[in-house]
Design a protein around this ligand. Structure first.
Ligand SMILES: Cc1cc2nc3c(=O)[nH]c(=O)nc-3n(C[C@H](O)[C@H](O)[C@H](O)COP(=O)(O)OP(=O)(O)OC[C@H]3O[C@@H](n4cnc5c(N)ncnc54)[C@H](O)[C@@H]3O)c2cc1C
Length: 457
C-alpha cells in the first residue's frame, strides 16, 4: 500500500497514522479540531497542571510498553507514586481505604461482613450460562448486593462513568467475564491463571500506572511532532466515496473544500460521528449499529488549593463514590499525589468527576452550580475548607462508550465490513477497552491489518 487517509486525530488516529507513516505509506491524517488528541486535554496556570480527560493509563503488557518505546513516549513517561496503589471508596459518607493486601481484607470497612463472606463463597457458585449480561446481574449472581453496590458499582463509575444495570459485563470487563467462563469462578480463575503462567515459565508482566511529564497531552504532542507534514488540523471530513480502486475523501477547512484520494482508509472517529462521514451506503448501513452506542455524560472539575485547606491526607489514587452514596460527584482523583508536577509546592491538585450514567442531570448543571456541588462534596468527603485557588470545568457530554448487552453484534459488523472491504479499517475506543494504552495499541494493530490487506492485494 502506497497511500492512506486517516479520519480522526485523537490518539487512535494518530497511532494508526504513525504506524502507516513508519512503514513508508504516504499518510494524511484529518482532524476536525484545531489541535490533535481528541478527548486528551490539559488546562493549567501558576504551576497547576490538570488533565481534564484521561489523566493516567495502565501499562498492561510488554507489547504496550514496546509500542510506547517505539513511539518515543517512554522518554517522557512518569510512573505513579507508590501511594497511588491506595484507593478509597465511600461508605456511610466516609472514604474507606481498600485493602492493599489480602491480609488486611478482614479489617476493610468498604464491605459489610456479609459482603466479605460472599467473596469467600464465590468459588462455590455455579457458572453463568448467558451469552452476555449486565454488570449488576453478574455481580449479584456471583457475590450479592453489597459487593455490587460497594465494589462493582464504583468500579463501573470509575472506568466508564457507567450504570451497572445497563453496562455489559462481557464487553466492559472481558477479563473477569472470561475467568468465569473458563474456570467457573473469579477466585478459581485467579489461581488457574497464575498456575498456567507458572507452568509455562512466564513471569507475569508487572502492570504500572503511568502518565507523562507535562501530562497525557504529551502523547498526541509527541506523535504529532513526528507527523507535521501528514497531520491536517481543523479539517472536518464531510464525505467518503469509493468510485474506483481509490478512496475519495472530502473535507472542509476554514470554509474551503478539499479532496484527496488514497488506497487505504482508517476510520478513527467516535461511534456517534460515523453517520456524519457520509460513507458509501452499503458500508454505512452495516456500521449503523455503531452509532446507537450510548456514551456516558461526564463533567470534570479541576480544583487546586493549599495543602492545609484539605484535612484528608490524599494518600492515594483517589476516592470513588458508589451510587448509593453520591450526590452527583462519582469520583475524585488526587492528581498531585499520583504524579509530580501537577501542583506548585504547598498546593494540591484534584479532579472531580460529576454525573455519569448514574446522575446525568448533574453533568449538565450550569458551571457555577457544578463547581459549588464539587466543593461541597470535597468539604463533606475530604474536609476541604475555604476558597480554592484554581477552579475549572470541562464538559464531556459524550465521554466514554457505554457498551450495552449484545454489543458483540456491533463488533461482528465491523469485522465483516473490514473483511468485505479490503483497504478499509475501523478503530476506536468503542471496539474494546477505552483506556488510552489499549486505544493506542488497537489503532496500531488496525494499521497493521490495513498494511496486510494492501500486501495481499
Ligand atoms: C473524561 C474522560 C476521562 C478519561 N480517563 C481516562 C483515564 O484516566 N485513563 C485512560 O486510560 N483513559 C481515559 N479515558 C479514555 C481515553 O482518553 C479515550 O478512550 C481515548 O483517548 C479515545 O481516543 P480516540 O482516538 O479513540 O477517540 P477521540 O479522542 O474521541 O478522538 C477522535 C477524534 O476524531 C475527530 N473527529 C470526529 N469527527 C471527525 C470528522 N468528521 N473529521 C475529522 N475528524 C473528526 C475528533 O475531533 C477527535 O479528535 C478518559 C476519557 C474521558 C472522556
Amino acid at each position: 500500500m502506497k497511500s492512506a487517509i486517516v479520519i480522526g486525530g485523537g490518539i487512535g488516529g494518530l497511532s494508526a497514522g504513525w504506524r502507516l507513516a513508519r512503514e513508508g505509506v504516504a499518510v494524511r491524517i484529518l482532524e476536525a479540531r484545531e489541535v490533535p488528541g481528541g478527548v486528551i486535554r490539559t488546562v493549567g496556570r501558576d504551576g497547576f497542571h490538570f488533565d481534564t480527560g484521561a489523566s493516567e493509563t495502565m501499562l498492561k503488557s510488554r507489547r504496550m510498553e514496546d509500542l510506547f518505546g517505539e513511539m518515543g513516549l517512554s522518554m517522557r513517561l512518569q510512573e505513579a507514586d507508590p501511594r497511588a496503589a491506595k484507593r478509597y471508596i465511600v461508605r456511610r459518607g466516609v472514604p474507606e481505604a481498600l485493602p492493599t493486601n489480602p491480609f488486611n481484607a478482614p479489617f476493610c470497612k468498604v464491605l459489610s461482613a456479609s459482603g466479605k463472606i460472599s467473596i469467600l463463597r464465590e468459588w462455590s457458585r455455579p457458572r453463568g450460562t448467558a451469552e452476555d449480561e449486565t454488570v449488576s446481574s453478574f455481580a449479584l449472581r456471583r457475590f450479592g448486593s453489597d459487593v455490587l453496590d460497594y465494589a462493582f458499582n464504583p468500579l463501573v463509575s470509575g472506568v466508564y462513568g457507567g450504570d451497572p444495570d445497563t453496562l455489559s459485563m462481557r464487553h466492559a470487563f472481558p477479563v473477569f467475564w472470561g475467568m468465569e467462563r473458563r474456570y467457573g469462578s473469579l477466585i478459581k480463575g485467579a489461581f488457574g491463571l497464575a498456575r498456567e503462567r507458572r507452568k509455562a515459565g512466564e513471569a507475569p508482566y508487572k502492570k504500572r500506572l503511568v502518565s507523562f511529564e507535562g501530562g497525557m497531552t504529551a502523547v498526541p504532542r509527541i506523535l504529532a511532532s513526528q507527523m507535521e507534514k501528514e497531520l491536517v488540523c481543523g479539517a472536518r471530513v464531510t464525505s467518503v466515496e469509493k468510485p474506483d480502486a481509490l478512496w475519495r475523501v472530502t473535507w472542509e477547512k476554514a470554509g474551503e473544500r478539499f479532496m484527496e484520494e488514497a488506497e487505504g482508509l482508517v476510520i478513527a472517529v467516535p461511534a456517534y460521528e460515523l453517520p456524519r462521514l457520509a460513507l458509501p451506503e452499503a458500508i454505512a448501513e452495516k456500521l449503523s449499529v455503531l452509532s446507537t452506542l450510548p456514551y456516558s455524560p461526564v463533567t470534570t472539575v479541576c480544583i487546586g488549593c493549599a495543602r492545609e485547606a484539605v484535612a484528608h491526607p490524599l494518600d492515594g489514587f483517589g476516592v470513588l463514590v458508589p451510587r448509593r452514596e453520591t450526590r452527583g460527584v462519582i469520583g475524585i482523583l488526587f492528581l498531585s499525589s499520583m504524579f509530580a508536577g501537577r501542583a506548585p509546592d504547598g498546593y494540591v491538585a484534584m479532579l472531580a468527576f460529576v454525573g455519569g450514567m448514574a446522575c446525568p442531570q448533574q453533568a449538565a448543571l450550569p458551571e457555577m452550580d457544578v463547581k459549588a456541588l464539587v466543593k461541597a462534596e470535597m468539604g463533606r468527603l475530604l474536609g476541604l475548607r475555604g476558597v480554592p485557588v484554581f477552579e475549572s470545568v470541562q464538559r464531556w457530554p459524550k465521554a466514554i462508550p457505554h457498551f450495552p448487552v449484545g454489543w458483540q453484534k456491533a463488533l461482528d459488523a465491523v469485522a465483516q465490513v473490514e473483511q468485505e472491504t479490503p483497504g478499509l479499517v475501523v478503530t476506536g475506543n468503542y471496539l474494546g477497552s477505552p483506556a488510552t494504552g489499549e486505544t493506542l495499541l488497537r489503532a496500531n494493530d488496525a494499521a497493521l491489518r490495513l498494511l496486510a490487506t494492501g500486501r495481499a492485494g
